[in-house]
Design a protein. Structure first.
Length: 79
């Protein structure tokens, strides 16, 4: 993707042209005083992929005592 930087005042006068460029694949960074303010990118309409249950089975484990209440010392910060 090509990236183009445009000053905010220029962007105000050329918005339709910039939107056309974004649709064609150009990313537009809008700046003011050389500081980035916003980024114009196309909205993707690609369908989300369905989630697959069990795809990462075993990737996460939980300790046997994860639901044991924490001590008062933990909450008060005293040791």
């Amino acid at each position: 993707m090509v990236t183009k930087t445009v000053d905010v005042h220029e962007a105000q006068t050329r918005l339709l042209e910039l939107v056309s460029q974004v649709i064609a694949g150009t990313e537009i960074i809008i700046t003011e005083d050389d500081k980035p303010l916003a980024r114009l990118v196309p909205i993707t309409t690609a369908p989300l992929q369905a989630r697959v249950a069990g795809l990462h089975a075993g990737a996460i484990s939980t300790s046997d005592d994860f639901d044991v209440p924490l001590s008062d010392e933990f909450w008060t910060g005293s040791a």
